[in-house]
Design a protein around this ligand. Structure first.
Ligand code: ATP
Length: 269
């Protein structure tokens, strides 16, 4: 078994509308959506679509979300796995999982393979103590073999995510592999407001809640932080048997999730 999970095949699809901000990122991925919708159109004209797209950015900025949205927009299956699922004690297990994953994807093409934390498996080779032949290297080698092995036009796009592009083995960035890089940055104030709007959609707000103001006071927050903030506020409201969120809930939520304090030590690039 590859351990890959096919995301809720019959459930509601994530689309670009669920992803706030990230306008340029969405534009860059639009091409992948078009390809997955109609691979033949691209093949017919001899266009080469990237097999692999690397999403690079800090944790919680929406890399997984936007990858899911690509699958949702194109209406194709989404196989997701974490790089750390490939890292195993026993030699050969990781490589076998990689093989199974790509095998499964081929049967379901057109589709997306999403590999979160690709750095867990694709860190630079030859830096370990195992004389350069450890389990991780075998797994990485297998991944390279699989990336090279499927045709450009088989309708498989591999999207991988990392926040450590600096430690990746250069081999995975070569043409025909992950040769397209898309930076997924922290949201600016407008982006934060849009993210808050999305996560406030199903949450009634009191008159004293001003999402623009919250966006202004949350510099450095990523989407995952903002989602957490709104969720915690909703819990506060429910605890108080109130059917809507008031400013006080948001203020309490700030303290509860402790983002404010943690943030001080976090480096904002
Ligand atoms: P990690 O590197 O930790 O896996 P990630 O970049 O893949 O993080 P996601 O898992 O996509 O981040 O984001 C976590 C959650 O934060 C999402 O499920 C979503 O609810 C919210 N979120 C993040 N970015 C956005 C965004 N741009 N618009 C709306 N929601 C967002």
């Amino acid at each position: 078994k590859s351990r890959a999970k096919m995301a809720n095949p019959d459930g509601p699809k994530v689309t670009f509308d669920d992803v706030a901000g990230l306008t340029e990122e969405k534009e860059e991925l639009e091409e992948v959506v078009d390809f997955l919708k109609d691979p033949k159109k691209f093949i017919g004209i001899g266009a080469r679509i990237p097999k692999g797209v690397l999403l690079v950015g800090p944790p919680g900025t929406g890399k997984t979300l936007i990858a899911k949205a690509v699958a949702g927009e194109a209406n194709v299956p989404f196989f997701s796995i974490s790089g750390s699922d490939f890292v195993e004690m026993f030699v050969g297990v990781g490589a076998a999982r990689v093989r199974d994953l790509f095998g499964e994807a081929k049967k379901n093409a057109p589709c997306i393979i999403f590999i979160d934390e690709i750095d867990a498996v694709a860190r630079r080779r030859g830096s370990g103590l195992g004389g350069g032949h450890d389990e991780r290297e075998q797994t990485l080698n297998q991944m390279l073999v699989e990336m090279d092995g499927f045709g450009v036009n088989e309708g498989i796009i591999v999207i991988a995510a990392t926040n450590r592009v600096d430690i990746l083995d250069p081999a995975i960035l070569r043409p025909g592999r992950f040769d397209r890089k898309v930076g997924v940055g922290r949201p600016d104030v407008k982006g934060r407001e849009d993210i808050l709007k999305i996560h406030a959609k199903k949450k009634p707000l009191g008159d004293d809640v001003d999402l623009h103001e919250i966006a202004r006071t949350t510099a450095g927050f990523v989407g995952a932080d903002l989602e957490n903030l709104m969720n915690e506020a909703a819990i506060q409201a429910a605890k108080n048997n109130r059917g809507y969120i008031v400013k006080e809930d948001i203020d309490k939520s700030f303290i509860k999730v402790g983002i404010g304090t943690e943030k001080k030590s976090r480096v904002v690039p």
